[in-house]
Design a protein around this ligand. Sequence first.
Ligand code: SAH
Length: 349
Amino acid sequence: MKNIYNYTLKDLGDLMIGLGQKQFRANQLYSWIYQKRVKEFDEMSDVSLSFRQTLKQEFTLKLPKIIKKQVSYDGTIKLLLELEDKSVIEVVLMRYDYGNVVCVSSQVGCNMGCKFCASGLIKKQRDLTAGEMVSQVMMIQSLLDEEEESKRVSHVVIMGSGEPFDNYNNVMNFIRIINEQKGLAIGARHITVSTCGLPNKIVEFSKEGLQVNLAISLHASNDETRNKIMPINKAYPLTKLFKAINEYEKNANRRVTIEYILLKDLNDSIDNARELVKLLKGTFAYVNLIPYNEVKENPFKRSNKERVRAFYEELKRNGVNVTIRKEFGEDIDAACGQLRAKKEGVIDE
Ligand code: SAH
């Protein structure tokens, strides 16, 4: 059985032809699945009984099972989902004033090994399919559909567990599916891919002709510090990374967002801020400063408010476009990967 969420409109159309139908059958299916959001093929009332039978034999429309749901006082929802093969992943909904943002996982576990991150406590078990990423968005959308006023998922960030550029093709298909006008129609400018910095993939992504946002997890202002916390930096040091960022900005004609977690006494001094300013010369990057979510299993600590402020001011003073990330769901294990790591017994309750 094929997961129907796995297919772009075009690919689904091709499958329809294979089933003796017209290509545009796929439009009708997309509308039932993503706009009317039916849970069963039998709800597709303008599809003939016999073709519904065929669909049921060929495809599944089932969403993953929720094995844990946590709701924060600020409305943030975190779901632990069980996939067909019993793999467990997490997805988060954050409610900003500008819209409902879903944070999607791209892999089961992660191989990048960033020292501060809870997701990396579990090695990559496998890549997620495009359909498994789509179904994370659909799960959250189905919860929003049950709320009083009708609300929609307006933004998607691929910032959950996993390295999206280590699962490039599936992530691209995922983006095409959720961006499809006849489907969920999530605007490209409302989609963000976050990477730990794989230069070849950054360049490849710059040529996709998509208006999707790119965020780079930098987290350090020099190679020495970055080597300590992000092993990927040993393979692709800052000069290589920034060469790719420059090329991205040129090819895509878009700015990148630099994510920078402030870690106490590690990367949060005024000197670090000045180093970062230098590093960003020649780019048009925005900087997003991220308050660290402490993870019990590692030694890193969050910088205090004054330190964060001072770092922010120093960047600002030097003309860098900078914001401090708003925090959500601090009462429900907001730190990336924590919920799943608990389930797997890798970190303590
Ligand atoms: N692999 C991708 C996407 C997943 S991580 C990447 O590296 O960007 C998404 C973001 O969350 C990254 O910027 C990551 O560095 C950050 N992150 C991971 N653990 C965190 C923690 N405990 N507190 C705050 N941010 C964290």
